[in-house]
Design a protein around this ligand. Sequence first.
Ligand SMILES: Nc1ncnc2c1ncn2[C@@H]1O[C@H](COP(=O)(O)OP(=O)(O)OP(=O)(O)O)[C@@H](O)[C@H]1O
Length: 241
Amino acid sequence: MNASIELKNVSKSFGKKTVLQEINLSIAEGQIYGLIGPSGSGKTTLVKMIVGIDAPDSGTVRVLDVKVPDLELLNEIGYMAQSDALYPELTGKENLDFFASLYPMKKSHMKKRIAYAADLVKLSGDLGKKVSAYSGGMKRRLSLAIALVHDPKILILDEPTVGIDPELRVAIWNELFHLKSEQQKTILITTHVMDEAEKCDQVAMVRDGAILASGTPAELKRHYGVNQLEEAFLKAGREQR
Ligand SMILES: Nc1ncnc2c1ncn2[C@@H]1O[C@H](COP(=O)(O)OP(=O)(O)OP(=O)(O)O)[C@@H](O)[C@H]1O
């Protein structure tokens, strides 16, 4: 099977600081892939390279076998950034309409997609309100709906469940599982939360701009002889030093 997302020897520095060093990553289609690592380890920088928002200093990024950046590829990627990029003076519905209109979709299909995405994040009842009146969690939920609205093959979600209550978090994860198994979506997610990493098919542990280890959660725990993924992460970090 071809990889949906493939990074080869990707490095990036900001000034003198090396933020990513020689990253190699291959994510198969139809997987939920987790990037787990502490704050500042380089996860966001890495996903921005995959979306094409930022360019590596060296190395290559390919998505669906197309070299990034590529404008058409954006039709196949749903990106939820860590900070919400919403229009506060517009309503939730107007935000969804606007972002959906950026993609080639028939009006009737667009309407269905907006209803589906709003329902998924339990915002259907609040779509008429201005985003400036939304709570932090509601804004995250709207951002997730926007990432999904054009039915992309690949979802890239940067800490999607931060500020979302446990019940909705479970509902969102169930939908991610559904999108994977029913529609073979490829889902890349960054998280600090170990119990979310446990739900991923594959996990890469990121630290100081490098991938310390990768594999299924079970493989990683077995490799490090531990019962918790968190312990595997700590052991991998100690071995690196
Ligand atoms: N545009 C930039 N200019 C300078 N430094 C940057 C820039 N973007 C990121 N960095 C630095 O790169 C490092 C990695 O940041 P990044 O946001 O990728 O980490 P992260 O793992 O996503 O962290 P968090 O979990 O807190 O979001 C940090 O030291 C950060 O300060």
